[in-house]
Design a protein around this ligand. Structure first.
Ligand code: ATP
Length: 224
C-alpha cells in the first residue's frame, strides 16, 4: 500500500548572508512519527517554525501546515501558573469538544500519561517532568492533524525522560496524527521514530531518510 506523504516544497530562508534553505523540499509520512536529526545550527527548528507559520518563508510559493491544525510541544512547558492542570488543558480547547467528550478525553489522556492524580494541582506544585507530561497531554487533546515537537525532553532528567518517552510512544501508537519531532539525540529518535530524516550541509539538504525497520545508529551517525 502506498504511504501518504506530507510534502513541503520550495522552502527558502536566509538570515542576512546566511542561507539556511535554498529551494528545500522534504516529504514526511502522514500519521507516523517523523524524527528530524542533524548538527546543531543546521536548521531543524527553523524548518518546524516555517512549516507551522511561526517564521515566514522567504518565497511566496510556499504552503505551511497551518490549515491542518498544529499542536506544539516545546522544550519549555509554557503552562499558565495560575491555572491548575485541568484548567491549563481546557484553556487551549475553547469549545473544540462537547463537555462530556472533553471530560472523557481529559480523563483518558491524563490516565495514559500517568498524571491523573495531579488534575487539580497548580504548575508550581509539579516537577519538571510532570509539567512536561501535562504539556504533552494538552498538545494531544487539541484536535490537530500535526504535532510538532522541538527538543521536548532537552531539560528533563534521564529517568523522567525515559518514563515520558515510554508513555508518549504508547500514546502515539494509538493516535492517527502526523508527528514532526526534532531532536539532537539519536537514541531518542531511534526509540520513538517511524522514520528518521538526517539534515545537513549549508544550505541544508536531506542527507538521508531511514525507515524504522532498517534504522541503525551507526548509519545515522555517519550521515550527520
Ligand atoms: N532569528 C534569527 N536570526 C538570525 N539567525 C538565525 C535566527 N534563527 C536561526 N538563525 C540561524 O539559522 C541557523 C539555523 O538555526 P536553527 O535554530 O534552525 O538550527 P537547529 O538545527 O535547530 O539548531 P540546534 O540543534 O542547535 O537547536 C543557525 O545558523 C542560526 O544561527
Amino acid at each position: 500500500m502506498e504511504e501518504i506523504k506530507l510534502r513541503i516544497k520550495n522552502m527558502n530562508k536566509k538570515y542576512n548572508d546566511n542561507i539556511i534553505f535554498d529551494n528545500f523540499d522534504i516529504e514526511f509520512d502522514v500519521n507516523k512519527v517523523n524524527c528530524i536529526v542533524g548538527k546543531s545550527g543546521c536548521g531543524k527548528s527553523t524548518l518546524l517554525n516555517i512549516v507551522s507559520g511561526i517564521v515566514k518563508n522567504d518565497s511566496e510559493d510556499f504552503k505551511t501546515m497551518e490549515d491542518l491544525g498544529i499542536s506544539y510541544i516545546f522544550q519549555e512547558d509554557r503552562l499558565i501558573e495560575w491555572l491548575n492542570v485541568e484548567e491549563n488543558i481546557k484553556f487551549v480547547l475553547d469549545k473544540k469538544y462537547k463537555k462530556e467528550v472533553l471530560e472523557r478525553k481529559l480523563q483518558d489522556y491524563l490516565d495514559l500519561a500517568g498524571i491523573i492524580q495531579y488534575k487539580k494541582y497548580y504548575p508550581q506544585m509539579l516537577s519538571g517532568g510532570i509539567r512536561q507530561r501535562v504539556n504533552i497531554v494538552r498538545a494531544l487533546i487539541y484536535p490537530s492533524k500535526v504535532i510538532i515537537m522541538d527538543e521536548p525532553f532537552k531539560s528533563i532528567d534521564i529517568k523522567n525522560k525515559n518514563i515520558i518517552m515510554e508513555k508518549l510512544k504508547y500514546i502515539l501508537k494509538k493516535e492517527v496524527r502526523t508527528v514532526l519531532f526534532v531532536t539532537h539525540d539519536i537514541d531518542e529518535a531511534l526509540f520513538i521514530a517511524d522514520k528518521i530524516y538526517v539534515l545537513g550541509g549549508s544550505p541544508v539538504k536531506v542527507k538521508g531518510v531511514l525507515d524504522n525497520n532498517s534504522i541503525d545508529k551507526n548509519a545515522i551517525t555517519d550521515l550527520i
